[in-house]
Design a protein around this ligand. Sequence first.
Ligand code: NA7
Length: 565
Amino acid sequence: MHAMPMTKTQLGGSRDSSPEFVDVLVVGMGFAGMYILYCLRERGLTARAFEAGGDVGGTWYWNRYPGCRVDVDSVQYSYNFSEELTREWQWTEKFASQPELLRYAIHVADRFDLRRDAKFDTRVISAEFDEETNFWTLRTDKGDVASAPYCIMAIGSLSTPYKPPFLGIEDFRGEWYHTGAWPHEEVDFSGKRVGIIGTGSTGIQAIPVVAAEAEHLTVFQRTPQYTTPARNRPMAPGEQRQFNAHRTEWHDEVRSTFSAMTGFPMPTRTIHEDTPEERRTYLEKRWEEGGMPQAMLAAYKDVRVEVEANTAVADFVRDKIRDIVKDPDVAGRLCPPKDLPIGSKRPPIDTDYYETFNRDNVALVDIKRAPIERVTAGGIKTANAEYELDAIIFATGFDAMTGSLLAIDIRTSHGASLKDAWSDGPDTYLGLMVAGLPNLFMINGPGSPSVKANMIITIEHHADWILDLIDHLAAEDFNRVEATERAQTDWVEHAREVAEATLMPVADSWYVGANVPGKKRVYMPYFGGFDRYRKLCDEIAADGYRGFVLSRAETTDTASSAAAE
Ligand code: NA7
């Protein structure tokens, strides 16, 4: 705990030209921003958070599309910082739906009075670090100006929706929606002919639900995906209480796992140690159990790294598709190609996805073979047909991991900018900081396990690590921290080597930025495992924050006293 705030907060401020001064600026009020605000308050530090959405919740605020739900067990996708919160919140399903997740976020915000330090419906447009005063200043689209020595970007990995620029969308007579910016009002598809573009995790969640409501659903598929059954179910009586009784032990255990999740047996053998018959039996068991995406990929140690092992599991899923889908032609089109390793695109889990293609009111259109040419007044025109539609759903994903950071003009008074720093890919040190941008932190930034792990656990880890560093700076009478170029280069190289030793970078996925034309191809998450990453972060801190330069910028006092005036 700091004895006193590091600067004096000028209350009010903001929606005019006079800046508000706080200890820490926070961008985003999703699960990360909320946790950071809670921790800052516990430490006696002042904060100002800005959030583009109208309320807390982040991903769960924006993604209101039909069928949206988490694919980590709800009990594991819960905060760990408050025993009372853990005790009083009851999940109703193994994999909570979006409305329930948003209720949870709202409950947390209410319970800990977190909105007090946040402004909503307010988008940060620029962040500038003044090298003379050692202060970051945020400016928003509503005219707010807020300054602090430290700034934490908690803006989510998948928060800038990507909509392909199809010709003619302005001519379309019906309604169109992007899943990542879904309306707050209920959307009723009954009696409508709906088209959905995209069969990633989102499309796979939405398609069965929309198909059950719409008069007709046309699915425009570019790349077929491997998906496995979620086997979602209501929580059993007492199940959560039992889980929580061992939550402390679980929390230690989960932080020593690759994906920051427990609940499926970790692989102990390679696929080559089993006969084809044994493999089949074992994979069948895993398929029947279903559950988190990692469950199937972690069937054997070599699935993510070796072509033969990966192909065996991929073939198993292709066989399942042919078993489930009655029309062999449709089944064939739903089968991912042989050169697409299972798990190299983000692995989805589903409820009745393949089964949905047995419905009379669902059609599958292969837009790899006959691409979409344009949207017309009446629907979608591909290279070989025209489809009449009343509504179009874009389930076309996000400008992932970098899009939301680069949308903010982040720069220093000495001319460094994030845009320049990332012109050749999103280089970071540990996914936490970027060399040349002092005192600016990212939660789940590129180069950290982030999207390859349970995000609640990675959020808590990053926030705790950053706030410990800020504590350490204060204790040592420092006020400035910066990643060195050398440490950053070494980290980027290490992360690249780790990813390239696996089959993960093979696919054209959002992990490598391939979904956004012109984006530099880099495998963005760190795939060395959360357990290994966390240990490394601990070692680096224990070693005096190796790879970071900690210093005192003498000019800060001037800024502090200016702030206090
Ligand atoms: P994804 O996983 O990026 O999926 C987007 C889908 O949209 C995918 O099927 C794409 O096909 C398709 N797409 C994207 N652009 C186009 C164009 N121009 N034409 C046709 N089809 C296109 O996004 P999601 O929202 O499903 O999931 C994002 C993450 O959110 C998810 O992984 C979870 O972590 C949560 P493609 O495969 O590129 O051929």
